[in-house]
Each structure stands twice: as C-alpha cells, then as structure tokens.
Write a protein that binds this ligand. Sequence first.
Ligand SMILES: Cc1cc2nc3c(=O)[nH]c(=O)nc-3n(C[C@H](O)[C@H](O)[C@H](O)COP(=O)(O)O)c2cc1C
Length: 270
Amino acid sequence: MTPVALLIGPGTQAATELLVVTFSGRADLRTFGEPTFGYPPRVTANRDERGNKAFLNFDLPREVNMDFRDVVLKRRMVRNFSDAPIDPDVLDRILALARHAPSAGFTQGQSFIVVTRQEIKNQIAELCGEQEYVAEGFDAFISKAPVLLIPCTSEAAYRRRYYEPDKIDAEDDGADLGWPVPYWHMDLGCAVMVVLLAAVNEGLAAGFSGVWDVPALRTLLRIPEEVMPAGVIPIGYPAPDKLSSSLKRGRKPENEYVHRERWVESSLPK
Ligand SMILES: Cc1cc2nc3c(=O)[nH]c(=O)nc-3n(C[C@H](O)[C@H](O)[C@H](O)COP(=O)(O)O)c2cc1C
C-alpha cells in the first residue's frame, strides 16, 4: 500500500499536525511545535525489520537558536519521541556546549556516554523500569528515543584535583577535604542542564529517568568503578506524551523560592 500523508493542521495550540498513514496501515498523528515552521517539510522514510520502508517522517524545520528565555520556558521532561533520527552534528553541538559547563577547580569530572544501538537502548530501558512506566500509561520513552545520554561523574577526579599543589593547603596534606556539598554532583547537574537546554535550542526534547540498578548499568556500559552514572537522558524529537502526575504539585511561588537578604522563616521546602 502506498503511504499517504494528509495535512490536517493547524491543530491544537496553533501547532501543525500531520496524519501519517504508513505501509502497515498504521495511522500516526504527529504534532509539530510552533506555527512558525516553514514548508516544504523534509520527508524521510525509516525501514522496518524486514527492510521495507515503513514509517514516513516529516521533518519540518524546527525553530532553532531561540531566545534564551524561550529555551528555558520551553524545556520540560518529555516522555515520548518520534521515530525521527537525530543528525549526529546536532548531537555533537549539544555535547560540545555541555563541555562548557562549569566545574569546581575546573576538574571536569563530568562525562557522557552516548547510546544509539537499539539492543543497548532496550537493555537500558529495562534497567529504568520502562515496563512500569508503560503500565502507568506512559510511552516507551527510553527504548523509543533515538539517543540515550548517560551523564556520569567521578568523585575520585575531584579528590585528585583538590590534592594538586594549587588547591591543597600543605598543612592539611592528606586530610579529607570535606566539601560542603559534593561538587561532583553539582557539576554534573550543571552539565546536564546545558544538555537539556541545548536540546531544546536545537528543536529537540529530552527527558530523564533514574536507574536504580547502578551495578547492572556499569556492567552493561563498562563504566569504571570510580565513575558514577546518574541516570539516563532520552533525547529526540518530541511526540505527544503523558504528563507526570508530579506536576500537580504546581510551581512554588516566587516568595518561597527566592529569599531576599535572608531566609524567610515560614517557607521551608515542602
Ligand atoms: C534528578 C531528577 C530525577 C528525575 N527522575 C525522573 C524519573 O526517574 N522518571 C521521570 O519520568 N522523570 C524524572 N524526572 C523528571 C521530573 O519528574 C520533572 O523534572 C519534574 O516533574 C518537573 O517537570 P519538568 O521538568 O517537565 O518541568 C527527574 C528529574 C530530575 C531533575
């Protein structure tokens, strides 16, 4: 059967929607963000397991290099992705920006593992408990994402760095430095945020899932013992997704988030 594509937009929230009917007869409604997207769309076809052209992708030019405020406000943890692959150059640009994240003592203890092979993505998804997400009505957003990034950090790298001559106080030689907060966690958070925002700026979306069985993830990806994987960032072109029930908590009011001059007593984190 010849694949047919019907333009049925504009859809909800002034986005453009395309109904894609594939060889298998599967109909797929896809929503593409902003009404400012141009035409004509770049049409590509994925192949199924038997090598038949199975899915049409309409890669409308997405808005890129946005205003910073728009990038921040547009970012959200997305839990479904289209079949569209990510251009390796785009991924490289995102990771290049992450390398510019700050790090204590310029230790740069952060690193990322990039996973694109489907069989490895499936195993990672299993470690994330993807089946439980799916049972709760979410999409298979980990195995389905074209790319998984594993953000990692190394406490040992900070310990080594802070014993270098420009950091260590000679009299404290050998003493535990006792960081006020684990800088290796703080630095990884900074780098992850760059990835999440850079993805949005490239017209992509990203999510996050914790991995509780860290030893299994270590074994799967051959992560050295001193390197700590912090979870999984699925990344790809966003598809309509189920929202987290956590969002019902609502965003904190500004006066509980920002304390001016001193802590406002009545506002302990809930
Ligand atoms: C450290 C961290 C861990 C998270 N773990 C998960 C997770 O395991 N699964 C998930 O679906 N979302 C996870 N999230 C996403 C949060 O649920 C999400 O950031 C929060 O609900 C706010 O929504 P937003 O980021 O879309 O604005 C995590 C976020 C962070 C920062």
